[in-house]
Design a protein around this ligand. Structure first.
Ligand code: ZN
Length: 413
C-alpha cells in the first residue's frame, strides 16, 4: 500500500482475486478512490467504505472493477447501507481501439433500481475485459473541473488562478469572473467536505450560466465572482469523506484570533481562502455548496438552504422564493429536473442540533458582511420526481445563477 507521506493516508490499493468464472481486479488508486476489500468469495465482492482520519463512520465509496471474463458479480457492503435507491452511480471504460480511444469513459449514470439487491448490495454483469467504476453518487474530481475551465479558456471574463498549495502538494484553483475593479463581490465555495461531489456539479452550473446567459451574466457588469471549487482538494483526490476529520474538518477551520485564544487554521487551503475573502470589500453574497446525509429522512432528498426557517433573513427568503420560481419555470416538463421548494422545513431547513457558531465558511463570510451567507445542501440521489444526475445538478446551478439577477444592475433586469 502506498502512503501519501505529506498527509499519512493511503493512496489506494490494487488487488487481483479469483472468482468462480475467472478473476477480477479491484482498484482504488484513481482520483477519489475509496473502498476496502474485505473478501472476494465465489461471485461476491465484499467491500466497506474507508473511514481514514474521520472520527465518524461515513458512507462515501468509489471503486474501480475490471473483469477478465463475461461474468455476473454481486458487490456487497456487509456492514453498511451505502447502495442508494437507484443503485450506485456507474461509468464504463471505452475498450482499447474504440472510437474515442483508450482511456475514455462513458457518462456517469445511475445503474438502476433493477440492479439493486438492497441498501447493502447490487449486481452487475461484466463483459470480458470490461472495466467499470461504481460510486455512492456522481464523483467530481479535479480533472472534471479542469475540463470545464478548458472549455471557457478563451473567455476574457474568466481566469483561474492558483490560490495556494495543499499539504499534499496540489495546486488549489480559484476562479475569478467579472471585472477586476468591481466594487461588489460574490463568494462561492464547494468541497469543504471532500466527498460532497454533487455540490460541485451545481457550482459548475452556476459558473456556466454566468458566462453563457445574458440574464445571469449582467451580474458580472458590477460584481466579481470568486469561486473556490475545492475547499479540500487533497481529500477530493485521495477519496476521503472529509467529514468529521480529527481534530476538525475543513468546514470547521475558519477560525480567527480573538481576545481569548490565538487560533490559526490547520489547513493551508482554508487559511488561503480566508485571507482571500478578507481582501475583498465585504462580499454581498456567499454560498457554500454541500451535500447532506446520504438519502432519506426528512430533508436529505431535496435541495435546501441550511437555516432555521424562522431565522432566515429577508434576503435569504427572497433568494429562496426566486429560486423556487426559476426552477419551476425552467423545468422542461418532459424530463425530470431538479426543482426547489422554498417551504419551511423543505427548502429552508436545518440539521438537528447543529450549532450556528461553528467555524464555517458561511459564518466567516457572514462576519465579513455577506447577506445572505448561506450553505446550500444538494442531495446525493434526489427523488423520483427530482432525481440528481450530473445534467440536472448543473441545470440547478444554472437556475441558481439566474436568481442572482437580484444583485445585478437594475437597468438590465
Ligand atoms: Zn458538508
Amino acid at each position: 500500500m502506498e502512503t501519501d507521506t505529506a498527509t499519512g493516508t493511503p493512496a489506494g490499493t490494487v488487488s487481483d482475486h479469483e472468482t468462480i468464472d475467472g478473476s477480477v481486479t479491484l482498484r482504488t488508486t484513481h482520483p477519489g478512490g475509496n473502498g476496502r476489500v474485505l473478501e472476494v468469495d465465489g461471485d461476491t465482492i465484499r467491500l466497506e467504505p474507508e473511514t481514514r482520519d474521520s472520527t465518524q463512520q461515513w458512507f462515501y465509496w468509489y471503486v474501480d472493477v475490471e473483469s477478465d471474463v463475461d461474468q455476473p458479480l454481486r458487490i456487497e457492503f456487509p456492514h453498511d447501507e451505502v447502495v442508494g435507491p437507484r443503485g450506485p452511480a456507474v461509468r464504463t471504460a471505452t475498450p482499447c481501439g474504440g472510437p474515442i480511444g483508450n482511456g475514455a469513459w462513458s457518462e456517469w449514470h445511475w445503474l438502476g433500481a433493477d440492479h439493486r439487491i438492497d441498501a447493502t448490495a447490487f449486481r452487475y454483469a461484466f463483459d470480458a475485459d470490461e472495466q467499470a467504476q461504481f460510486a455512492l453518487s456522481f464523483p467530481y474530481q479535479r480533472a472534471d473541473f479542469d475540463a470545464f475551465a478548458f472549455e471557457y479558456e478563451s473567455d476574457p471574463r474568466l481566469s483561474v488562478e492558483t490560490l495556494t498549495t495543499t499539504a499534499g502538494g496540489r495546486d488549489v484553483p480559484v476562479v475569478r469572473l467579472g471585472p477586476s475593479d468591481a466594487d461588489h463581490h460574490v463568494a462561492l465555495a464547494a468541497r469543504h467536505h471532500a466527498c460532497e461531489s454533487t455540490a460541485s456539479y451545481v457550482l459548475e452550473g452556476v459558473l456556466r450560466e454566468l458566462l453563457e446567459s445574458e440574464a445571469a451574466g449582467s451580474l458580472l457588469e458590477t460584481h466579481r465572482v470568486h469561486a473556490y471549487p475545492f475547499g479540500d482538494l487533497d481529500g477530493v483526490e485521495r477519496g476521503d469523506s472529509g467529514k468529521h476529520r480529527a481534530p476538525h474538518d475543513h468546514n470547521r477551520d475558519y477560525v480567527d484570533a480573538n481576545a481569548i485564544a490565538d487560533l490559526a487554521p490547520l489547513y493551508p487551503t482554508t487559511s488561503a481562502i480566508a485571507d482571500d475573502l478578507r481582501r475583498l470589500e465585504s462580499p454581498t453574497l456567499a454560498i457554500d455548496f454541500h451535500c447532506p446525509f446520504k438519502w432519506g429522512g426528512d430533508i436529505n432528498d431535496r435541495p435546501f438552504f441550511v437555516t432555521e426557517p424562522t431565522a432566515a433573513s429577508a434576503e435569504l427568503r427572497g433568494l429562496a422564493g426566486r429560486l423556487e420560481d426559476v426552477t419551476r419555470d425552467r423545468a422542461s416538463g418532459t424530463e425530470p429536473t431538479l426543482t426547489y421548494d422554498a417551504s419551511p422545513g423543505v427548502g429552508l431547513a436545518s440539521f438537528d442540533g447543529q450549532s450556528g457558531l461553528l467555524h464555517t465558511f458561511e459564518r466567516y463570510c457572514s462576519r465579513l458582511g455577506a447577506e445572505p451567507a448561506v450553505t446550500l445542501e444538494v442531495p446525493y440521489v434526489g427523488t423520483a420526481m427530482d432525481p440528481v444526475t450530473p445534467a440536472n445538478a448543473r441545470q440547478f446551478g444554472r437556475d441558481l445563477a439566474v436568481t442572482f439577477d437580484a444583485w445585478a444592475p437594475s437597468d438590465t433586469r
